[in-house]
Ligand binder design. Structure first.
Ligand code: SF4
Ligand code: ZN
Length: 312
């Protein structure tokens, strides 16, 4: 007969999960506490926000952001949360994500704000499939999303915007930046990124030290509404290659991701100076840009032209 293994924390309940890098077996309530404690410590260590601030959370409809907003609500009941969502108009994907994001905002008592690309600009990210971005749709899509989250943050009066980047995202971005020589890309991937100009929000990453698998497990344990549908363009995302690689390394050497994170943060980041870029206002949208016309406006212009061609 197999004996139940007791939780290493409470020593009372049956353990339901194993955390390989810390060799802990945890029951459900102790896993939830472990997961939320690490977020609280990350928020407090990096002074991301105060317990009663107004905080925007970028909710995609997926597991990571569902876990983030749910955990924030549990840890900080006084926090005035805004769930910000960008509907990219991707066929068979975006509307499904929008429904989950809205359900998550209701569950956490967060005001829901959406930027609907089709409704507001008459375009969708799908149109990039007919351009040179065909196999790399994530690149312009990511840029558009980041800008639209800034727009939503301003619309809702949010000064702090929390994104659900987890340790797998951060380490894969570090490695991808390192191997492509884009060191300034690495420098920008910090737990707290201050605004470039006054009218932008501070970006914070409370899941900076949370493994993706734990965020998914937390979402499942707590029955959070989160989409399982994969974006049809996700295969073109270069960071996925690094995610697979670090997943393999982690399996063979538990704690590998934490090691890389600490190495980059303590040793490499201090050596990289963020590129001095002269920031000016984009002549089209007025938002901060390093060029006369910002990258967002250029991509949106392309989408609008493609949309017109489509209608002819
Ligand atoms: Fe956009 Fe790529 Fe994410 Fe799809 S996977 S939503 S294309 S960034
Ligand atoms: Zn612009």
């Amino acid at each position: 007969m197999k004996h139940a293994v007791l939780c290493h924390q409470c020593r009372r309940s049956e353990a339901e999960t194993y955390i390989p890098y810390s060799r802990q077996r945890l029951c459900v309530p102790c896993f939830n506490a472990f997961f939320e404690n690490r977020i609280r410590k990350t928020v407090e260590k990096h002074r991301m926000f105060k317990a009663d601030d107004i905080v925007g959370v970028a909710v995609s409809g997926g597991k990571d952001s569902a876990s983030l907003i749910h955990a924030l609500r549990n840890i900080y009941p006084e926090l005035r949360l805004r769930a910000l969502h960008v509907n990219l108009g991707i066929e068979g994907y975006s509307d499904h994500c929008a429904k989950k994001a809205e359900a998550m905002s209701e569950a956490t008592d967060a005001e829901f704000l959406v930027y609907d690309l089709k409704g507001e600009d008459g375009v969708s990210v799908d149109l990039f499939t007919n351009t040179m971005y065909r196999r790399k749709t994530c690149s312009p899509c990511g840029l558009i999303k980041r800008r639209l989250f800034d727009v939503l943050a301003r619309r809702s009066g949010v000064r702090v915007l929390a994104t659900a980047h987890n340790i797998d995202d951060v380490v894969s971005i570090y490695l991808s930046g390192f191997f492509s020589g884009e060191f300034t890309y690495i420098a920008r991937m910090k737990p707290v990124h201050p605004p470039l100009t006054e009218n932008m929000s501070t970006k914070v990453k409370p899941l900076f030290k949370t493994p993706e698998a734990e965020a998914a497990y937390y979402a499942a344990l707590n029955g959070l509404p989160a989409s399982d549908v994969k974006c049809p363009y996700s295969k073109g995302n270069v960071e996925f290659k690094y995610k697979r690689m670090i997943g393999f390394m982690e399996q063979n050497d538990p704690g590998f991701k934490f090691g890389v994170l600490s190495l980059f943060m303590k040793k490499l980041l201090p050596l990289i100076k963020e590129e001095e870029r002269s920031i000016r206002s984009c002549i089209t949208c007025g938002l901060p840009s390093t060029n006369e016309v910002c990258g967002y406006c250029k991509r949106m212009d392309l989408l609008k032209k493609l949309s017109l061609q489509d209608r002819r």
